[in-house]
Design a protein around this ligand. Structure first.
Ligand code: PLP
Length: 341
C-alpha cells in the first residue's frame, strides 16, 4: 500500500481500505477529521477534532468498521453496552445498514445521547449501574437474542476502525509522528488502535521506528489505568465507586488494561488524572482559543497537557497532539461531579 495511492481518495476513513476489513463499507462519512493548531495553548500543540465525526465522536470509526463486518456476515441485530457515545454511533450505523440495534447504557448517561439513540431507531435499555453491568446483560442475552455483540474489544473490528486515527494523524503530519499523543482513556481502544496503526505503518514503510509518547488521561474519580501505571502493575483492578461527568471515562474495569499499560510503558509515555473541574476548565480553554467545543473528555486532555508541561514531562519544543474525542453538545446539562463519599 504505497502512500501515493491516497492522493485520489475520498476524505474519509475508508481511504485506508487496504488495511481495513475487506467488505463493503457501511459509511456515513466518518474520519479524516481536521488537525488544528492550538498554539495559543502550547507552541507546538495540535488538536485532532474527532467531534466532527458522524454522531459527534470518534466512536463512529469503530462502528463503521464493525457494522460493515456484521452486515457482511448477515447479522441483522447488533447490541452493545455503552457509556454513551458508542451506543449512538452503533445506532447510526445499524440504521444505515438496516439492522436492529439494542443499546444498554447507565441510567445517568447524558440525556442528549439517550435521545439521539432513540431517534436513530435503537431499542434503548437504561441500566441502574455502570457500563460493566450493561456489559454483563449483553453477554447474558447474546445467545437468546442472536445479536452480534459489539462490546469493546470483544470483537476485532471496532479497533480496526479506530486505528485510522493513527493513519490520519501521520498522513496529516506529512508522514511523521508527533512527540506525544494525549488521549482520554476509558476502554482504551483509541490508544490501542493507534499503537497498532504505527506498527502497521512501519511495516508499510511509511514511518520509521520512532513512536510518540502515549499519554493516557483519566478522571480522578475513575482512574484504574493510572493507578496500575503508578503501582507498576500490568493489570488494573476494578476502580471502586467511580464518578466523573465525562461519561466516556467512567469505565472502572477495561478488558484491554494490559495492552494499554504495556504500550504506555513501551512508548515512554505516562498516565495522569484530572478532576472534573479541571476538565471543565480545559473545555473552556480549548473552546475560547480554538473555536472547538469539546466534550469533557477533550477538556481532560487539555488540562492534562498543561499539568505535564508544568511538571516538565512535556517541554515547549515538543509536538503534542491532543485528542478531542467528542463534541460538547452531547453533554448539555451535565456538570462536573464531586466525590460521593
Ligand atoms: C469512549 C470515549 C472515550 C474513551 O475512549 P476509549 O478508546 O474507549 O478509551 C473518550 N472520549 C469520548 C468522548 C468517548 O466517547
Amino acid at each position: 500500500m504505497p502512500k501515493e495511492i491516497l492522493r485520489d481518495r475520498a476524505p474519509d476513513m475508508w481511504r485506508y481500505r487496504e488495511v481495513l476489513p475487506g467488505c463493503k463499507p457501511v459509511t456515513l462519512g466518518e474520519g479524516f477529521t481536521p488537525l488544528h493548531s492550538a498554539h495559543q495553548l502550547g507552541p507546538h500543540w495540535l488538536v485532532k477534532d474527532e467531534s466532527m465525526n458522524p454522531t459527534g465522536s470518534f466512536k463512529a470509526r469503530g462502528m463503521s468498521a464493525a457494522i460493515s463486518v456484521a452486515w457482511h456476515f448477515g447479522y441483522d441485530r447488533v447490541a452493545t453496552p455503552s457509556a454513551g457515545n458508542a451506543a449512538s454511533a452503533m445506532a447510526a450505523y445499524a440504521a444505515a445498514a438496516g439492522q436492529e440495534a439494542f443499546v444498554f447504557m447507565p441510567s445517568d448517561t447524558p440525556r442528549p445521547i439517550i435521545e439521539e439513540c432513540r431517534a436513530l431507531g435503537a431499542k434503548v435499555e437504561l441500566v441502574d449501574g455502570l457500563i460493566t453491568d450493561c456489559g454483563k446483560i449483553v453477554r447474558e442475552r447474546t445467545q437468546k437474542m442472536q445479536w452480534f455483540d459489539l462490546s469493546t474489544l470483544r470483537e476485532p473490528y471496532r479497533i480496526e476502525g479506530k486505528k485510522t486515527m493513527g493513519y490520519e494523524l501521520v498522513e496529516q503530519m506529512d508522514f511523521r509522528v508527533p512527540d506525544a499523543i494525549v488521549y482520554p482513556t476509558g476502554g482504551g481502544t483509541g490508544l490501542i488502535g493507534m499503537w497498532k496503526a504505527f506498527d502497521e505503518m512501519e511495516q508499510l514503510g511509511w514511518i520509521d521506528s520512532k513512536r510518540p509518547k502515549m499519554i493516557s488521561v483519566q478522571a480522578k474519580g475513575c482512574a484504574p489505568i493510572v493507578r496500575a501505571f503508578d503501582r507498576g502493575d500490568r493489570f488494573a483492578d476494578e476502580f471502586e465507586n467511580p464518578y466523573t461527568y465525562a461519561s466516556g471515562l467512567r469505565v472502572p474495569k477495561a478488558i484491554g488494561d494490559f495492552i494499554m499499560l504495556d504500550l504506555i510503558r513501551e512508548s515512554k509515555g505516562t498516565a495522569v488524572t484530572v478532576t472534573d473541574q479541571e476538565m471543565a476548565h480545559g473545555v473552556e480553554a480549548l473552546g475560547s482559543t480554538t473555536g472547538i467545543y469539546a466534550a469533557p473528555e477533550g477538556g481532560a486532555v487539555v488540562a492534562a497537557a498543561e499539568k505535564l508541561t508544568e511538571s516538565g514531562f512535556l517541554d515547549h519544543f515538543e509536538t503534542v497532539v491532543l485528542f478531542c474525542t467528542g463534541s460538547g453538545l452531547k453533554y448539555a446539562g451535565s456538570t462536573p461531579m464531586e466525590p460521593t463519599d
